[in-house]
Write a protein that binds this ligand. Structure first.
Ligand code: XIL
Length: 380
């Protein structure tokens, strides 16, 4: 993404105004716990300076929360809809599409000179209820092509990247030969993955096409098996000439416990992905504090440390081009439900607290972007 005059202005203005006015919503220089370490420049400014994408998942909060919106505008050069672009959201009934919400997110990105990531075209957990009743072996490929055609076609040429297929693998034992069960797998077999990429590439040859998965950053045999299965799948897709350009590491990690990261394994994994000529994107980064101390300064420090560790290893890989968090503020995080704390305390997994004050996690991301090697500008 070329450093447009607008970015330069925004960057310097953001740096200037933020420095003079403090960060959006934050009392001057204050953060949730202690002085602002990383100074005034926004995360967007720092990412732009390295040719990296930094952004976050967005949704309806953008429409009704000015402080949150200002923070997204200040800190992000990319956004992705958290759920408003999923199949069941845009096609609540057969043959009927409602793009009002995803159009709003797309317009927000365009209006703020940001890249837009599409999430997600094909995801077993995101399929509309009506699909299983309507799809048959005879019409399923047509239905898949029609859906991808409608969604990708609508934004063609203006999207940075698509999570074409999300979470196809399931090594938990509930899967089918290591694959997540679902109507597409039942009716098309594993071929639904290759078919989805080919259809998307034909409709938008400019977009980066991404295979997105979770559970590839952690320690232990389960994560190791997941990394291996992902690499094998990508090798098969590449060998078959399937247009897959990047692997999306979701990045839902924790400060401790089974979702803590294994930096050495992640470094190896990223090197393998780079070796295949793939881009690496951290697509849904957040740090669960489920097992962190109740004390807020200690908890925020543990969360910040996890951001520092994952970003230092993933950004160390030259193939990494993008980092997106799954929300920016503790005001709005799926982890409040999915990784609630046993003590009932509100979770604090993101970069801003519920008062929209920067947290040490914000500083950790700022420092990681500053420490990252510059990436070559993306052509076109
Ligand atoms: C989650 C959203 O955060 C929730 O708001 C929604 O109810 C369910 O989906 N992996 C993904 C994301 O790829 O799309 C999921 O997002 C979180 C896990």
């Amino acid at each position: 993404m070329p450093m447009s005059r607008r970015h330069l202005i925004l960057g310097s203005a953001a740096a200037g105004s933020l420095a003079s006015l403090g960060t959006p919503g934050a009392a001057a220089g204050q953060t949730a716990s202690g002085p602002a370490a990383a100074g005034g420049a926004s995360l967007r400014h720092r990412a732009d300076a390295k040719g990296l994408l930094f952004g976050t998942a967005v949704g309806p909060l953008l429409d009704r929360d000015r402080a949150y919106r200002d923070a997204v505008v200040a800190d992000c050069n990319a956004v992705v809809p958290e759920y408003e672009m999923k199949w069941k959201e845009v096609a609540p009934a057969p043959g009927f599409y409602d793009f009002a919400a995803s159009d709003r997110r797309f317009a927000f990105a365009r209006d703020h000179g940001m890249e837009f990531r599409g999430h997600t075209l094909v995801w077993n957990d995101g399929m509309p209820d009506w699909f299983a009743n309507h799809a048959t072996r005879l019409n399923v490929e047509e239905m898949l092509a029609a859906h991808i055609g409608t969604v990708v076609g609508r934004y063609a040429g203006r999207v940075h990247s698509w999570d074409v297929v999300n979470e196809p693998l399931d090594l938990s034992g509930n899967g089918e030969g290591g694959w997540r069960r679902g109507t597409l797998l039942t009716l098309m077999g594993q071929e639904y993955v290759a078919a989805s990429f080919r259809i998307a590439a034909a409709l938008d040859p400019r977009a980066r096409l991404v295979l997105n998965e979770f559970g590839t950053l952690q320690a232990g045999p389960e994560a190791e098996a997941k990394r291996t299965a992902v690499l094998r799948l990508l090798e098969r897709l590449k060998a078959a000439g399937v247009p897959v350009h990047a692997f999306g590491i979701q990045g839902h990690i924790a400060t401790a416990g089974r979702d803590a990261i294994d930096e050495a394994a992640v470094a190896r994994f990223c090197a393998e992905l780079a070796g295949m000529g793939l881009e690496v994107m951290l697509t849904e980064l957040d740090v669960s504090d489920q097992f962190a101390p109740a004390d807020v300064p200690a908890r925020d420090a543990a969360v910040a440390d996890a951001y520092r560790r994952v970003l230092s290893v993933v950004l160390d890989c030259p193939a990494t081009t993008a980092v997106l968090t799954w929300g920016l503020s503790d005001r709005n995080t799926w982890l409040a439900e999915h990784r609630a704390r046993a003590d009932g305390l509100p979770v604090r997994p993101l970069l801003y607290d519920t008062e929209m004050r920067r947290k040490p996690a914000w500083d950790a991301v700022a420092a990681a972007l500053d420490a990252a090697a510059p990436r070559p500008r993306r052509a076109g």
